[in-house]
Design a binder for this molecule. Structure first.
Ligand SMILES: [Zn+2]
Length: 143
């Protein structure tokens, strides 16, 4: 845990927040700027930035809690759906890994905006597959 990291402080109870669940690996709390009521963040207690840095147990805990919280959000808010999303690298504004889990409603205004330039990736699916499979073979399978 880093005292200079807001995510570490939030995950370890060093900052005031609305925590709904925590265990030895992760903390789940309300986003202070919710997209919809019930917008949750799941943070590891140890400092990580990207999902590929997470140890296996912490990664599994994040997915398990995401799934459990989806069930709870469905029961409490009866949404039209649930969105789970995380942003890596420079797109991670907190600079500490966090998974967003929030209720969605038809017409709620939250949007998945596709990039205007797709670099013709749609025409190269078979080549793209080979690139990824080749790297998997070189590195071995993910844990
Ligand atoms: Zn941190």
């Amino acid at each position: 845990m880093s005292l200079t990291c807001l995510g570490c402080r939030l995950a370890n109870g060093q900052e005031s927040s609305e925590i709904v669940y925590e265990d030895e690996l992760v903390t789940c709390l309300l986003d202070i700027d919710p997209f919809n009521e019930g917008h949750l963040l799941i943070l590891p207690k140890k400092h990580y930035l990207d999902p590929d840095e997470l140890d296996g147990l912490t990664g599994a805990a994040i997915m398990n809690v995401s799934s459990e919280m989806s069930t709870i959000l469905k029961r409490v808010f009866s949404p039209d759906g649930i969105t789970m999303i995380q942003n890596g690298g420079i797109f991670n504004d907190l600079r500490h890994y966090h998974m967003h889990v929030f209720p969605r409603y038809e017409g709620d205004g939250f949007a998945w905006i596709e990039p205007s330039e797709t670099h013709n990736a749609k025409e190269r699916l078979a080549e793209t597959k080979l690139l990824i499979v080749k790297e998997l073979t070189k590195k071995g399978q993910p844990e």
